[in-house]
Design a protein around this ligand. Structure first.
Ligand SMILES: Nc1nc2c(ncn2[C@@H]2O[C@H](COP(=O)(O)OP(=O)(O)OP(=O)(O)O)[C@@H](O)[C@H]2O)c(=O)[nH]1
Ligand SMILES: [Mg+2]
Length: 444
């Protein structure tokens, strides 16, 4: 077991947060069970990073609970750890995707000109057979064919539903070629700011985040190659809060920084302990909400909470249609979401349980549509790549998965980090829940 001294800031923040939640729960539990109140049990389910804990934070805010000073301090630590994780992820992705620092995607067709402006080094001699492969396919695939290992994954990725994102265009090939010619990961002529970050790559968590690291992060984030790498984040695992925190890294890393409600809503702490929160809906009714961890390894903890559930809010990040699954990079994230939804929706214990689906992260979905065609990942989608047609398509796909025709599926499109949008949806959901709960108890 990990002793306190060995914990990363993220783990420390998580442990302190769950202690604080436990304390709060004990208080709420006592309050909720006073008198003969009606308890409506609600589960928040869904895959990792779908937004369950964010919805719970919003429920707390709506209930006037706000965040305690201890929670605020924990979220500050979580934000710092989010920033460091994002920088580390991007540094690694620059090498995995073979993107050189300073790469300018707009100049992609002028590969050699771009090369000349980036590097004072003479062009390295290029092996012709390798070149022809690199110019016709993406590097990961090219490497697989060089090794004689052009496996099912790459073939599957083009035609079938739920394709996995792999850039394979002139820009990505130009990046790879320049990256190789500049000397790959080891020998690129890095600017000093990038050198600081790369040198401390493995130990950023232990570092004193002084002004020079903060400046280096600012420089790193403004690098055109890093921005291009960020634009391809559907090909690897990057937190959705990355841009929000890196756009203002200096402010968040300042020792006097105190997170706002929005900062806290954006902060990511992966759930590893099932939490129970009680909300008084009216004088006699308490909503008892369970928030679980959605990563595959966390799902074995769900079943003990399935008894007597009145409703499930199932979250799906609709923006995940072009992303790779966290736990299995050969799988599309939306397909993982849909499989998980089918297994919960059609679970015999939930035959009569109200199923409320939050198709979440509509803000990211909307932004993505301009550059990421749904049909590339879901060939059965033949409509316009618009918000209306995209949401209608996924809404139908989800509804079709329900095998109990007598059971209603309520679908909402949500933006969990936007307090006013989610409050209005949660208001409607409360009415449904109370109606259903009272009806089940013969009180309506
Ligand atoms: N832009 C945007 N970000 C969101 C939205 N909903 C959640 N997020 C962000 O997505 C990240 C993950 O959200 P969480 O609420 O932690 O996800 P979760 O489902 O609880 O994840 P697990 O605990 O791992 O199961 C956080 O950084 C949130 O701020 C949304 O609608 N829009
Ligand atoms: Mg969570």
């Amino acid at each position: 077991m990990c002793s306190g001294g060995d914990m990363s800031p993220e783990e420390t923040a998580r442990t302190a947060q769950s202690r604080e939640i436990d304390k709060q729960l004990r208080i709420e539990e006592t309050e909720a069970t006073k008198g003969d109140s009606l308890i409506v049990k609600l589960l928040l389910l869904g895959a990792g990073e779908s937004g369950k804990s964010t919805v719970l934070k919003q429920m707390k805010l709506m209930n006037g609970a706000g965040f305690t000073p201890a929670e605020i301090a924990n979220y500050r630590a979580a934000i710092i750890s989010n920033i460091i994780s994002c920088v580390e992820t991007l540094i690694n992705a620059m090498d995995t995707l073979r993107i050189p620092y300073g790469f300018k995607p707009d100049a992609d067709h002028e590969i050699l000109n771009v090369h000349a402006s980036l590097s004072p080094m003479p062009l390295a001699p290029f092996d012709k057979s390798t070149e022809s492969i690199l110019m016709s396919q993406s590097l990961p695939r090219a490497l697989r064919s060089l090794k004689g290992d052009d496996t099912e994954t790459s073939k599957k990725s083009v035609k079938e539903e739920g394709a996995v994102a792999r850039a394979d265009d002139t820009i990505s090939r130009a990046a790879e070629r320049i990256y190789e010619e500049l000397g790959g990961s080891e020998n690129q002529p890095y600017p000093p700011e990038i050198t600081i970050l790369k040198a401390s790559e493995r130990m950023l968590f232990g570092l004193d985040l002084n002004a020079s690291i903060s400046e280096a992060i600012k420089y790193f984030w403004s690098d055109t190659g890093v921005q291009y790498c960020y634009s391809r984040s559907n090909e690897y695992q990057l937190m959705d809060c990355c841009a929000y925190f890196l756009n203002d890294a200096g402010k968040f890393l300042d020792s006097g920084f105190k997170p706002s409600e929005m900062d806290i809503l954006k902060a990511r702490i992966m759930t590893t302990t099932v939490t129970e929160s009680n909300f008084k809906v009216n004088a006699k009714t308490t909503l008892r909400v369970y928030d679980v961890g959605g990563q595959r390894s966390e799902r074995k903890k769900w079943a003990p909470y399935f008894q007597d559930v009145k409703a499930i809010i199932f979250l799906i990040a609709i923006s995940s249609y072009d992303q790779v699954c966290m736990e299995d990079e050969s799988m599309n994230r939306m397909v993982e979401n849909m499989n998980l939804f089918a297994s919960i929706c059609n679970h015999p214990m939930f035959k009569a349980t109200s199923m409320i689906v939050f198709m979440n992260k509509i803000d990211i979905f909307n932004e993505k549509l301009a550059k990421s065609p749904i049909s590339k990942y879901f060939p059965t989608f033949t409509g316009q790549n618009s918000y209306e047609e995209g949401t209608a398509y996924f809404s139908n796909r989800i509804t079709e998965l329900n095998k109990y025709p007598e059971k209603a599926i309520y679908i909402y499109f949500t933006w969990a980090t936007d307090t006013s949008q989610i409050s209005s949806v949660l208001g409607t959901v409360n009415s449904i829940l109370l109606g259903d709960a009272l009806m089940n108890m013969g009180m309506l």
